[in-house]
Write a new protein. Structure first.
Lengths: 52, 379
C-alpha cells in the first residue's frame, strides 16, 4: 500500500509518495527502483491512499 | 635462467620494440613465479566493474538476511522464507581479504521449478558502456571470485540484462570442501540483446544458491530464455541443511584473463558505494548527530536540508526509523514526533520534522539515539 502526501505548505501534492510497509518516502523519479515498483502496482489496478 | 620459450600460434609474430634512442633498457621480472599478462584492451582505470567486490563496505550494518542488501551493492534474494540466510563475516577470509559474504542453509530444501536463491550485484549501465554489449564489437569479459563451500561439485550463476531477456548461465567447480578457491569464468561479449549504458542496470551478475528449472538453462551460451539465474544441474546450497557458501574478491573485467583483484583505497570504495546508498542521520554512528540546523516553516513543520556526500544514481528513497529527539529553539527542546520528506533530488533532501515550535525561528536538531535516516538509490 502507498499513500500520497502534501508538501510542506500543505496546499499541493508532494513529489514523494509513502510506502506503508516501512514508511519510506519514494520520490517520483522513474529511475528510482521503488518508484518503478509503485508504477507496476498502479498498473495492476491499485490506487494509493489520498493525501490528508 | 635455463631458457626462453615462445609458445602459441605460429602464424603470428612477437615483437619487442626498443625506443629509437641510445641506451640500455631492461625488462625486469619479479623473482616470484607467475604470469605477466597484457591485452589489447589494457585495463587502465575502472578495471573492476563490480563495486565493493571485497565486501569491505557495510554501511547498513545488516544482520542475517534472507532478502535485501547485506554489504554495500550486494543483495540476497530468496523465493521461500526460512531456507537460509546471509551474513558478512571477517573471521574466515582468503589471504589479502578482510571480509566475505557467507550464506548458510537452514534446511534441506528441494527447490521448486520457480524457486530462486541467489546473491547478486547489478552493475550500473554507465560502468559497462565501453564493453559495447549488444553490438558486433562486444568485448569479452572475465568474472573472477574467491569462493568456499562445505559442498563440492558444479555450481552456477548467470549474467543477465536489465530486462532479464538475454542471459548467460555459467558454471564453476568447487573441488575441495571448506577450502578457499579462486574461480574465473570468461564470457564472450553479448552481441545481441539490449544492454543499458545509462544509470539503469547494465549487467546483473548472479551467483546461484539454489535455482528452479524455470530459471535454469544450459551453461556457456547466451540465450533469450527469460529470467535465467543459473545453469541446469548446478549444486543447490539450500538443498543441504547447514551447508555454507562464502564469496569475496568478486571482479568483472574486460578481457580473457582474470587479473589480481583491484584493491581500492577504502575512501574511494566508500564513495563509489555512496552513489547508491548512504546514511543521512545515524546518531549512534555519529552521522549528523546534533549538528543539523534549520528553520520552522510554521508552528509544527520544520525544515532541514541535508546535502548528500555523493551525487546519487537516481533520486533516492528516504527511509527513517526510530525518528525522535528534539529541535532546540533558544535552548528549549521541542519533541520531534514525525518525519516527512520534501524536495528530494540527486544531491540533497529536505527533511520535514513535526514538532510544536515558534514559527520562523531557527533551530538545531538533536536526534534520538535510535534515529536512523537513510538515502537509497540502489539498482
Amino acid at each position: 500500500m502507498y499513500k500520497k502526501l502534501k508538501d510542506i505548505t500543505g496546499t499541493k501534492e508532494a513529489n514523494v509518495i509513502q510506502r506503508a510497509s516501512d514508511n519510506a518516502f519514494i520520490p517520483k523519479d522513474e529511475d528510482n527502483t521503488d518508484y518503478q515498483e509503485y508504477l507496476e502496482w498502479v498498473a495492476e489496478g491499485n490506487a494509493p491512499e489520498e493525501a490528508e | 635462467m635455463a631458457a626462453i620459450k615462445l609458445k602459441g600460434d605460429t602464424s603470428g609474430e612477437v615483437t619487442i620494440q626498443a625506443p629509437s634512442v641510445a641506451g640500455t633498457n631492461t625488462l625486469e621480472l619479479q623473482a616470484t613465479s607467475g604470469t605477466l599478462a597484457t591485452t589489447a584492451q589494457a585495463s587502465i582505470g575502472m578495471k573492476n566493474r563490480i563495486i565493493n567486490g571485497n565486501m569491505a563496505i557495510n554501511q547498513r550494518g545488516s544482520g542475517a538476511l534472507e532478502n535485501g542488501f547485506l554489504v554495500d551493492r550486494f543483495s540476497i534474494g530468496s523465493s521461500q522464507a526460512s531456507k537460509g540466510s546471509a551474513t558478512v563475516q571477517t573471521a574466515d577470509v582468503p589471504t589479502k581479504f578482510t571480509s566475505a559474504l557467507k550464506y548458510t542453509s537452514s534446511t534441506a530444501y528441494s527447490v521448486l521449478a520457480t524457486d530462486y536463491f541467489f546473491v547478486t550485484q547489478k552493475i550500473e549501465g554507465n560502468n559497462i558502456a565501453d564493453l559495447n554489449w549488444g553490438t558486433a564489437d562486444a568485448q569479452t569479459i572475465t568474472l573472477s571470485f574467491w569462493v568456499k563451500s562445505s559442498l563440492t561439485g558444479t555450481f552456477g550463476g548467470a549474467l543477465r540484462n536489465s530486462a532479464f531477456n538475454y542471459n548467460y548461465p555459467y558454471t564453476y567447480t568447487i573441488s575441495s570442501a571448506d577450502t578457499w578457491e579462486k574461480k574465473s569464468v570468461t564470457i564472450t561479449g553479448a552481441t545481441s540483446g539490449t544492454w543499458l549504458t545509462t544509470n539503469g542496470t547494465g549487467i546483473d551478475v548472479w551467483f546461484s544458491l539454489g535455482m528452479g528449472t524455470t530459471y535454469s538453462d544450459t551453461a556457456g551460451a547466451w540465450t533469450t530464455t527469460a529470467g535465467l539465474g543459473s545453469a541446469t544441474g548446478a549444486t543447490s546450497v539450500v538443498g543441504t541443511s547447514g551447508a555454507t557458501w562464502l564469496v569475496t574478491g568478486v571482479q568483472l573485467e574486460a578481457g580473457t584473463t582474470a587479473t589480481p583483484f583491484e584493491n581500492l583505497q577504502y575512501g574511494q570504495q566508500l564513495a563509489l558505494c555512496q552513489r547508491y546508498f548512504e546514511p543521512l542521520i545515524n546518531d549512534s554512528l555519529n552521522y549528523n548527530g546534533g549538528q543539523l540546523v534549520g528553520s520552522s516553516f510554521n508552528t509544527t513543520r520544520n525544515f532541514i536540508n541535508i546535502s548528500m556526500k555523493e551525487i546519487k544514481r537516481a533520486t533516492p528513497t528516504i527511509v527513517g526509523s526510530g525518528v525522535g529527539g528534539n529541535l532546540f529553539q533558544n535552548g528549549s527542546p521541542k519533541a520531534v514526533t514525525a518525519l516527512y520528506v520534501t524536495y528530494p533530488n540527486f544531491y540533497s533532501v529536505g527533511l520535514d520534522l513535526t514538532a510544536s515550535v515558534t514559527q520562523g525561528a531557527a533551530f538545531h536538531y538533536d536526534p534520538s539515539a535510535t534515529t536512523v535516516i537513510t538515502a537509497d538509490a540502489e539498482l
